[in-house]
Each structure stands twice: as structure tokens, then as C-alpha cells.
Design a protein around this ligand. Structure first.
Ligand code: SF4
Length: 232
């Protein structure tokens, strides 16, 4: 039986609406336009851990990729020089030190790093390893970041975890919803929807295509009718 038909009605509704929304609203970023380039996909995911997508996109297009196109370019640059270049992005001391170590580990490696090897790199974890697997290698892998966790929590009432990378139940749930086909775009849509519509504060519930089945929205509507303004 196909995986999609085994989902609950609510889960199927969620996946269908995310895909419908995403096909009209997917965002454009350099690491999506060039997702056959390991260096660009990896470095972008590395920066995205702590910085907004729009900021990373601008920085990569306008500064970073004019200086570096390979791990070899990074390995050859002095760490102080790298810090100076990374300064507009912030966290430049930590990022420069980690990128230097990573570039020395990956420079000259003939085979692309495996999932386990990416997990073992400094400052890399489950999110980066899964994102690279999905977006570069085009393997069916779930991704969960803070925005996606919040969307799952609001829509399905899935409990939040303090440490997302250790919360297997979140990754298993994301994997369960992940389509067999076009999972790359589905993960992009999920990232975009959770950042642009189901925002941390003031989610756009009034125009949200998920509203009719969203636990957060339904509970808040009930509480505003009864005069209780508590939140999920
Ligand atoms: S209805 Fe509101 S809380 Fe629910 S998924 Fe949409 S934006 Fe998020």
C-alpha cells in the first residue's frame, strides 16, 4: 500500500495543503538554485543554523561566493581573514574556526562525505546532515528545525522538545509525512510555510490554508468565544 494512504485524514490534509501552498509560494535562495553543488548546499546549511535565510542568501551571493567556491579556497585562507569576511553575517569567530577545521577535513577528499561523516564534522548535527542528504544527495530524509517543530506543535499538538536533534519522535513524525516523490520540494515548502505563515509570533491564521484543521486555531477560536484567551 502506498505510504500516503496510510496517513490519517488530518495528516493527508496537512501534506496536501503544504504542497498546494508551496507550489505557489516557494522561496528562491542560492542553495536551492544550485542544489547540485555540494559546497554551496553544505555551507548554506552551516550558516542557516543560526541566521535567517534572507540574510544568508544575500551574504552568500554578494560576498561569500565571490571569495570561496571550494573547500580548498577556504582551507588556504588565513583564519583572521576568514573572520573578517564572515563578520557581516555575525558569529564570525566561531564560524571561521569551525569552517577552517571542516575545510581541512573535506579538502582533497575524493569521495563525497557520507551522512555519518557529516554528523562527525565540527558544529554539524542531525539537521545539517539530513538537509545535505535531502537537498544535495536527493535522498528521502526528514528535516525538523525550530519553525517546523512549532508548526507540528500547533497543528497536530505534537509535544515540543528542548533538544530537537535528540527528539526521535519529531524526526519519525516528519519522516512519516514525507512524500515518496518530490520530497526535496516538500521539505522546502515545509521550511517556507513554517517561517512565512506559521510565524513564531502573530501566525497568519486568518489566511492560513491549514486553519480549518489546526488545533491551535480551533482551540483559540473556542477560547475567544468563551472569553478565555489562553494559548496552546
Ligand atoms: S492556523 Fe495559524 S497556528 Fe495553525 S498552522 Fe495556520 S498559521 Fe499556524
Amino acid at each position: 500500500m502506498d505510504r500516503f494512504t496510510q496517513l490519517t485524514q488530518k495528516e493527508r490534509f496537512f501534506v496536501n495543503k503544504i504542497v498546494e501552498w508551496g507550489m505557489k509560494n516557494k522561496r528562491t535562495f542560492i542553495w536551492r538554485e544550485r542544489n547540485n553543488d555540494f559546497f554551496i548546499v553544505f555551507v548554506a546549511e552551516f550558516f542557516l543554523r543560526r541566521t535567517k535565510s534572507e540574510t544568508v542568501d544575500r551574504f552568500m551571493r554578494e560576498i561569500f561566493l565571490k571569495e570561496f567556491r571550494t573547500f580548498c579556497d577556504l582551507a588556504q585562507r588565513e583564519e583572521n581573514e576568514l573572520k573578517r569576511i564572515l563578520k557581516p553575517l555575525g558569529l564570525h569567530n566561531q564560524r571561521a574556526a569551525a569552517l577552517k577545521k571542516i575545510s581541512h577535513l573535506l579538502y582533497g577528499v575524493e569521495k563525497m562525505p557520507t551522512y555519518q561523516e557529516i554528523l562527525g564534522l565540527p558544529h554539524c548535527g542531525r539537521y545539517i546532515a539530513n538537509a545535505v542528504e535531502c537537498f544535495f544527495y536527493k535522498r528521502r530524509r526528514p528535516i525538523v528545525d525550530h519553525n517546523i517543530q512549532r508548526l507540528f506543535h500547533r497543528f497536530f499538538s505534537i509535544p515540543k522538545a528542548v533538544e530537537i536533534h535528540k527528539a526521535d519522535y519529531l524526526w519519525d513524525f516528519a519522516e512519516k509525512l514525507l512524500p515518496d516523490d518530490d520530497f526535496v520540494n516538500y521539505n522546502y515548502y515545509l521550511l517556507d510555510f513554517s517561517a512565512e505563515v506559521c510565524k513564531p509570533s502573530k501566525p497568519l491564521c486568518d489566511i492560513c490554508p491549514l486553519a480549518q484543521m489546526c488545533n491551535f486555531y480551533i482551540n483559540n477560536k473556542k477560547s475567544s468565544v468563551s472569553g478565555d484567551d489562553s494559548h496552546v
